[in-house]
Design a protein. Structure first.
Length: 148
């Protein structure tokens, strides 16, 4: 579970994000590259802001692990990964297997946070909910405008 939870950290996500943005831009999908970067950076800003607003203390981690220094609600791993892997799956060819793999990874990372005792279940659900709201807001902004 430590390896699963590590997949939701900056050392894994940031280099891959740079590659995704570069790949999208170099294949002529500049708008998608910009939206991917905005989605990922915005998710980071959103969870940091929500943690400061709610200031929920963390539970005591299991297995003798050290307590992270930030607040608990919402789960930043969960929010960031939900946004990141949803946008990544949308950028790849529309295959069911890719979308199922993204969903499984998002779910596994969220469950790992609870299993390790870093978050309460409500923190993880809050991270998922915030991700859905952020992704929906991005979708509304990205949608072409129809004038009557």
């Amino acid at each position: 579970m430590l390896r699963v939870t590590a997949l939701g950290t900056e050392p894994y996500l940031l280099p891959l994000a740079v590659l995704v943005v570069w790949w999208l831009a170099s294949t002529g999908r500049r708008n998608e590259a910009v939206m991917f970067a905005i989605a990922v950076a915005g998710a980071e800003l959103l969870f940091q802001t929500l943690k400061l607003i709610f200031r929920v203390p963390r539970p005591e981690p299991f297995f003798g692990l050290a307590t992270p220094l930030t607040y608990s609600f919402p789960s930043g791993h969960t929010l960031s990964c939900a946004v990141y892997f949803t946008r990544l799956a949308a950028a790849l060819p529309p295959k069911l297997l890719i979308r199922l793999a993204a969903a499984a990874l998002i779910l596994a990372i969220g469950l790992s946070r609870i299993y390790l005792g870093f978050h309460y279940p409500s923190d993880v659900l809050g991270g998922y909910a915030a991700a859905v709201v952020w992704l929906a807001a991005l979708e509304i902004v990205q949608r072409p405008r129809v004038r009557h």
